[in-house]
Design a protein around this ligand. Structure first.
Ligand code: CDP
Length: 256
C-alpha cells in the first residue's frame, strides 16, 4: 500500500505537513533502563518512530576469533520488525539493515572507551518497532543511551539528526513522507562536547551552499537532542539515587 505524494510538503508560511516549522525537531520521549535482561537499554518515541535498543557487555566474545587483543569489539545490529513499516518487511536482514548496522557502529565507536575491555564484546541491538523516517538517527540516540545505561565508559553521548530539502526549503528531522517526496535527506551524527561529526550520509542533490546550511542545521538538531538525552539520563539516575537513599533510611529505621 503506497501513499500518494502530497502536493506540498511545506506551505507558503513555511509550515510542514505535521505542523512543524522548518527547523523544528519532532516531539521526543525517551526512557532509559526499560529492559531487565539486557545490561543496558533505552526506548525512544520520536514522532511516529518507536525504537528500542539493548546492550550486552562487555562480555566474553564468541566466536573467539573475533576477539581484539587491545580493545573490545563493538558489534551492532539494526533490525526492523516485520510490522514496523506499511509493507510487511521480511524479518531476514536486508542490505539496507546491514548498511545501517555498519554506519551506526561507526557513528558510536568514537564515543566508547573500547580499550578498557580488551578481548571482550559489546553487543548492541537496535529494534525498530515502528518507522517513519530517520530511524538510523533515532537508533543512534537510543543506542548511545543504552551503552551509557550499561555502565560502559564513554567520552560522551552521541546524538543524531537529519536535515534535508523539500519543496526547495531546508528542513530538519525528516519524516518518511518528507524523505521520500523531498529532494534531499542528510543524516548526521554528532558528539556535542567534542564538536565531532561521526556520521554523514546524503541522498539527493543540493548546492554546496545548501549542503553547508544543512550540516549546520543538523548539528543544531543534534545539540537539542543531546540536551534531552542528558536530561533523561540525569533524571533516571537521580531517581535511582533517591530510591536507594529511601531504602537505606527504611532499613535503618527497621534496625533501630
Ligand atoms: O530510517 P532512515 O531514514 O534512517 O533510513 P531510510 O533508508 O532513509 O528509510 C527511510 C524510511 O523509509 C524509514 O524510516 C521507513 O519509514 C521507510 N522504510 C519502509 O517503509 N520500508 C522499508 N523496508 C525500509 C524503510
Amino acid at each position: 500500500m503506497s501513499q500518494k505524494k502530497p502536493e506540498k510538503l511545506v506551505d507558503e508560511n513555511n509550515i510542514r505537513l505535521d505542523g512543524r516549522k522548518l527547523n523544528d525537531i519532532r516531539p521526543v520521549k525517551i526512557e532509559v533502563g526499560v529492559l531487565s535482561n539486557a545490561d543496558g537499554s533505552a526506548y525512544i518515541e520520536q514522532g511516529k518512530n518507536r525504537i528500542l535498543a539493548g546492550v550486552y557487555g562487555p562480555r566474553e566474545i564468541h566466536p573467539r576469533h573475533q576477539a581484539l587483543p587491545d580493545r573490545a569489539a563493538l558489534r551492532c545490529r539494526y533490525h526492523m520488525a516485520p510490522f514496523s513499516v506499511q509493507e510487511r518487511k521480511s524479518p531476514a536482514p536486508s542490505r539496507r539493515e546491514q548498511e545501517i548496522s555498519k554506519v551506526m557502529r561507526e557513528a558510536l565507536l568514537p564515543s566508547v572507551f573500547t580499550e578498557y575491555y580488551p578481548r571482550t564484546a559489546i553487543d548492541l541491538f537496535v529494534e525498530v518497532l515502528q518507522a517513519d523516517g530517520g530511524t538510523r538517527c533515532a537508533g543512534i540516540i537510543v543506542a548511545s543511551l543504552a551503552l551509557a545505561d550499561a555502565g560502559i565508559p564513554m567520552l560522551e553521548l552521541v546524538s543524531a539528526c537529519a536535515a534535508g530539502n523539500a519543496d526547495g526549503r531546508l528542513i530538519l528531522d525528516l519524516t518518511d513522507g518528507e524523505d521520500k517526496n523531498g529532494e534531499a535527506d542528510m543524516p548526521l551524527a554528532y558528539m556535542s562536547n567534542s564538536n565531532a561529526v561521526t556520521l554523514l550520509q546524503m541522498d539527493g542533490m543540493v548546492t554546496q551552499e545548501e549542503f553547508e546550511q544543512m550540516v549546520n542545521m543538523a548539528i543544531e538538531g543534534c545539540k537539542q537532542l543531546n540536551q534531552i538525552q542528558k536530561e533523561v539520563l540525569k533524571t533516571k539516575y537521580l531517581n535511582a539515587k533517591e530510591a536507594d537513599t529511601e531504602k537505606e533510611e527504611e532499613a535503618k529505621e527497621e534496625a533501630a
